[in-house]
Each structure stands twice: as structure tokens, then as C-alpha cells.
Unconditional design. Structure first.
Length: 264
């Protein structure tokens, strides 16, 4: 993936030819996809800093009435991005104990100042959920994205989502960004992702190294990977159905499970 010189991508040419601002184009895309793309993510796609996911690619092709190979040639080139060149150097630590995994996830939430992106529908670890709520309550400028893959699997997660909506109004914006986004990916074929990422670090849980039950291992990743995962989560949320009210949370059917260890 190569970064494109200013004004040189098909995405930007199609937008500017219509006289649209980034905000205007993002709003039109969201009308098509039902997502929550914003101007900064549109800019990252146009410059080639980030690749556009399949749902938003289809939406942009429809919006601009243009072929994918024209709009996304700058994203699909053979040159590797900085993150791709870094490779396994982004991994700072391997976690092989459940207690260490939870501690590392809590630390991501505790230290987040700008972004806190969490994915998955299996969370039930109380200290981890409490750390997220504390960050949302105590850091006004923090932007929090929660991406669910299907309904919450545990009642603890449902209660957590309700508390988040008590702490923040999803309509509130700071520094041009909504400060809370909860979205649910409902496509049956979508693979559930598990990670927590801030602007400076990330933790990615792995299937258990000790047995077949749940997730009790993981890796800690540095800033390059963390920033990439923040964008991953934002794009996933942009393609998800937004959950904006307590009523919408409660409408998701919580499927309580009594066995196994939850993901993030």
C-alpha cells in the first residue's frame, strides 16, 4: 500500500469533482451503508494511509458510480506500508496467563487518552469493564468505539453497555468526533474479532494455549499496530448498525453462557 500524493487518488478526484467536502462525502456514504464514517477516516482512505473495507468499498463505488480498480488503485499497490514492513517487531510481549492478559487489557484502558477501541461480544471480566467505564468517565476527550459481533454473550456486557450510555451521550461530539460509538456487526459470515487498542498500545487475545476453552492468552502490540487496530475498529463500526440508546441495547438478545473464558 502506497501513500498517494495530495490530490492523486481516484477517491479524492471523484469527491472533489463533485465539489464535496470530506464531511459531506462521509455523510452521503453513511446514508448508503448505515455506518459512521467521518472526515478523518475518509481522508485516510483517500491518501492511502488506510485501506477501505469491503462494505465501504461497495458503498463508495455506488456513491461515485465508479469501478473499484479506479477508486482504490492507490490502496492496492504492491508497496508495503510502514506497518507491513515492521512485521513481527510490533509484538512487544506474549501473554500466556489469564491474569496477565486481563492486566494488560486493563492497562490499555487505563492509559488511553485519545482513542479506546474494543471489539467482541464476550466480555465479562469485571475489572476490565470497570477500567473502560472509568476511562470514559474521567477522560472527556477520549473517543470510545465498541464493536460487537452479534449480541452480547453475557449479561455483564449488556450491563456495561448500559452504563456507557449513562456516562456518554452518543450524540455528543468533541474535537470533531462523536465520543461514543457502539455498533453491532450482524452479518452471519462476519468473523468475530477480539482486541482492545488505544493510540499507544493494543492487546489481541488469542485462542487458549492451554486447552479448547475460550481465550486466555494474547499479545501486547506497540503504537504502529495499535493505531492500525484503532482504524480497523473505526471502519468496522462505520459498517455496523449503531446502538445509540438503552432500548437498543436491551433489544439485543443476551445469550448467557456458563462455560469457557470470555474474549475482550
Amino acid at each position: 500500500m502506497t501513500r498517494t500524493p495530495e490530490g492523486d487518488s481516484g477517491l479524492k478526484r471523484e469527491r472533489t469533482a463533485r465539489g464535496w467536502t470530506l464531511d459531506h462525502a462521509a455523510a452521503k456514504l453513511n446514508t448508503l451503508t448505515g455506518g459512521a464514517t467521518d472526515a478523518s477516516l475518509m481522508s485516510a482512505w483517500e491518501s492511502g494511509r488506510r485501506r477501505t473495507g469491503q462494505t465501504n468499498r461497495r458503498g463508495l463505488c455506488t456513491l461515485y458510480r465508479q469501478r473499484s480498480e479506479v477508486l482504490f488503485a492507490h490502496q492496492d499497490g504492491t508497496a508495503a506500508s510502514t506497518l507491513e514492513q515492521t512485521g513481527t517487531d510490533v509484538v512487544q510481549r506474549v501473554l500466556t496467563r489469564w491474569a496477565d492478559l486481563v492486566e494488560a487489557m486493563v492497562e490499555v484502558a487505563d492509559t488511553a487518552q485519545e482513542w479506546l477501541v474494543v471489539t467482541g461480544s464476550r466480555s465479562r471480566e469485571k475489572s476490565y469493564l470497570a477500567a473502560i467505564e472509568t476511562a470514559v468517565a474521567q477522560v472527556p476527550d477520549l473517543v470510545h468505539y465498541r464493536v460487537l459481533y452479534g449480541p452480547p454473550r453475557h449479561s455483564e456486557l449488556t450491563a456495561h453497555l448500559l452504563r456507557l450510555l449513562e456516562l456518554r451521550d452518543p450524540r455528543e461530539r468533541r474535537n470533531g468526533h462523536p465520543t461514543l460509538r457502539i455498533g453491532v456487526v450482524e452479518q452471519p459470515a462476519a468473523m468475530e474479532r477480539f482486541f482492545v487498542a488505544s493510540e499507544s498500545r493494543a492487546v489481541i487475545p488469542l485462542p487458549s494455549l492451554h486447552g479448547s476453552d475460550g481465550f486466555d492468552s494474547g499479545i501486547v502490540a506497540g503504537p504502529e499496530a495499535a493505531i492500525g487496530l484503532v482504524q480497523h475498529g473505526r471502519e468496522a463500526c462505520a459498517s455496523a448498525r449503531l446502538i445509540q440508546t438503552p432500548e437498543a441495547v436491551l433489544a439485543l438478545t443476551a445469550r448467557e453462557q456458563h462455560h469457557g473464558v470470555g474474549g475482550t
